[in-house]
Design a protein. Structure first.
Length: 240
């Protein structure tokens, strides 16, 4: 298993301490202006991943380094492998707006661990330490490129969220979610200016708040002109 061996360093350290169920944890969607934050936890049994004869996961790495087709391929391999255990947790927009994106991300990470078949004995978490997880954990900077379990979790979280945003696009195509997945692209900003924020936009995020304020001022400024036009339509013979 030369391809995956270099990404099993942290897993092997935990296995060597007697932890059999070691979960990789990562999230997707902290930065977008719309939609949920999604966290995933993935457990590879040691015997399975070290002996996996078909080398299916040799090129698995940080989801940001994979193409959309590669992410979809690994997603299907992971969810259809009976040996691989997966848990997913969501932080929705009302929660994000109520407690802030960082706390909502931490809660979604907690949820994904609880959504495994049983709690793991140890968790490898991408990035900075996460408080109040239900098991001991190790935070690994750039862990999605250094741990196979975290890389797998990054793919599950990213594809799950992308598909959620694609479904949202089917219901609200005017915002272009299928293209930008809720991130603050120029096209998304233009759509927000034109159509305003919908319920899946994060009003706790400054760009959304600023655009709503701009639209409010524009609407207020238009009121006198609209009132004048309405009066002319109702009284076409008026000399005012």
């Amino acid at each position: 298993m030369e391809g995956t061996a270099g990404l099993l360093q942290f897993e092997r350290q935990a296995w060597g301490r007697g932890c059999k169920r070691v979960a990789g944890v990562d999230e997707a969607g902290r930065g977008p202006l719309a939609g949920p934050v999604v966290a995933a936890a993935v457990i590879f049994p040691q015997a399975f991943i070290e002996q996996e004869e078909h080398r299916l996961f040799d090129t698995l790495t940080d989801s940001k380094q994979l193409t959309a087709n590669q992410r979809d391929r690994f997603f299907e391999l992971l969810v259809n492998s009976p040996e691989v255990e997966i848990g997913i947790g969501f932080g929705d927009v009302p929660e994000i707006d109520e407690i802030n994106i960082l706390c909502a991300t931490h809660r979604s990470m907690n949820r994904c661990l609880h959504h495994l078949a049983a709690l793991p004995e140890y968790a490898l978490v991408d990035g900075l330490p996460v408080p109040n997880l239900p098991c001991p954990s190790l935070a690994i900077i750039k862990g999605d490129a250094r741990s196979l379990s975290i890389a797998a979790a990054s793919v599950i979280a990213k594809v799950t969220r992308d598909r959620w945003m694609t479904d949202l696009d089917h219901r609200h195509p005017e915002y272009g979610f299928v293209r930008h997945k809720g991130y603050g692209t120029a096209a998304h900003i233009q759509a927000l200016l034109k159509y305003g924020a919908m319920q899946e936009h994060r009003r706790s995020f400054r760009p959304v708040r600023d655009i709503e304020a701009i639209r409010g001022r524009m609407h207020h400024a238009d009121k006198p002109a609209n009132a004048f036009l309405n009066s002319k339509l109702q009284n076409p013979n008026s000399k005012e």
